[in-house]
Design a protein around this ligand. Structure first.
Ligand SMILES: Nc1ncnc2c1ncn2[C@@H]1O[C@H](COP(=O)(O)OP(=O)(O)O)[C@@H](O)[C@H]1O
Ligand SMILES: [Mg+2]
Length: 358
């Protein structure tokens, strides 16, 4: 009783409880062959539990898992086709790099020559050819994770599972490895699921993101869809930065924030509904660009220099008591010479405003 579709991996109504606590709730997802997906959400939302159920390291309380249309729900991990990398490198400390990578191959009774050829190939893939004889303690964190990745890929599994593989590394290495993992995944075409709590990591690496909260998937889509069409204030603020203003619907194309009328699309609401309007810091302009721009007089309270852009905090008591965050590209900021206490108008277009129930 396989599934329909062209999906490579599928969960159907998957749930897992620990005692009376339901860690994942009725999760049905479908992942295509060769896809790179991320489970993204705050700590404790059930990402690892879902990944471990897919691997068979945790037995689901209800529901099913299919891989290539085969029901694997009751197979032990050793009979499932995946490689896995954990946050902690979990290398064998007493084995050198070569032996760590070849471990699974030798268990699978590969011939000595084939093992050597395969390990050399993997070492080259992750640029560690010169490190074959080193022990884990002689490697940096990033190098250890590349060994762990090679080990997970050694038997050419159909599915690669990554549980926060970059979280223990420092920022520079993390950014470098994001690209290396993504390039490697594309080259091999291996279907990959990565768990992360880091939205930037998910945004930069995934073809598709499943956003999780309290054991449920609350939205899925491409990084761009999730960013521009977040279906809840929770996601809108979890992914990137967002300004929220409480408001009340005044008519079919306006809301009222305090005593300011703002143009936006209110089609899903009726007059006098309480709402929150949301706008990204990069969507607020310091110069008028569109004919239907909203205009808001404001005053600079603070400026943060963040390299390629400056984050400017504006006060505008007419609309909100909170500060309004505006991200200004540094090239523009240098021309305008922004200073604290400066008064200026903010412009934002109605298309860039999202309206959520209040
Ligand atoms: N073996 C377990 N026994 C009891 N509770 C668990 C166990 N594993 C996970 N949990 C609980 O399930 C919830 C989800 O955990 P987890 O899947 O590890 O979250 P995440 O990976 O998103 O941080 C957490 O509240 C955690 O405490
Ligand atoms: Mg986890």
């Amino acid at each position: 009783m396989g599934s329909i579709s062209n999906s490579y991996l599928e969960t159907k109504n998957l749930s897992k409880s620990f005692g009376s606590f339901q860690a994942i709730k009725d999760i049905s997802i479908s992942i295509k062959e060769g896809e790179f997906v991320c489970f993204l959400g705050p700590s404790g939302c059930g990402k690892t539990t879902l990944l471990r159920c897919i691997a068979g390291l945790e037995i689901q309380s209800a529901g099913m898992v299919f891989q290539k249309d085969l029901d694997i729900s009751n197979l032990p991990p050793s009979n499932r086709d995946f490689g896995i990398v954990f946050q902690s490198y979990a290398l064998f400390p007493n084995l050198n790099v070569f032996s760590n990578i070849s471990y699974g191959l030798i268990n699978n009774k590969w011939k000595k020559d084939d093992v050597k050829r395969r390990v050399d190939e993997l070492l080259e893939l992750v640029n560690l050819t010169d490190h074959a004889k080193k022990y884990p303690s002689q490697l940096s964190g990033g190098e250890q994770q590349r060994v762990a990745l090679s080990r997970a890929l050694a038997t050419s599994p159909g599915l690669l599972l990554l549980d926060e593989p970059l979280s223990a590394l420092d920022a520079k290495v993390r950014v470098f490895l994001r690209k290396q993992i993504r390039d490697l995944q594309r080259k091999l075409g291996v279907t990959t699921i990565m768990v992360t709590h880091d939205q930037e990591e998910a945004q930069t690496m995934a073809d598709r993101i499943f956003v999780m909260k309290d054991g449920e998937i609350i939205q899925s889509g491409t990084p761009n869809e999730i960013y521009t069409k977040a279906n809840s204030p929770f996601i809108a603020s979890f992914i990137g930065s967002m300004n929220f203003f409480p408001a009340v619907i005044s008519n079919s194309n306006q809301v009222r924030c305090n005593n300011v009328e703002i143009y936006c699309d209110t089609a899903d609401f009726k007059k006098d509904d309480s709402v929150q309007i949301a706008i990204r810091p990069e969507d607020i302009q310091l110069k008028k660009e569109n004919s239907d721009d909203n205009i808001l007089p404001a005053k600079i309270r603070d400026i943060e220099f963040l390299g390629s852009f400056q984050r400017v905090y504006f006060e505008s008591n007419n609309i909100t008591k909170d500060l309004i965050i505006v991200d200004v590209p540094s090239v523009n900021a240098r021309k305008i010479k922004l200073m604290p206490n400066q008064e200026m108008d903010l412009y934002f277009s109605r298309e860039d405003i999202r309206v959520y129930p209040g």
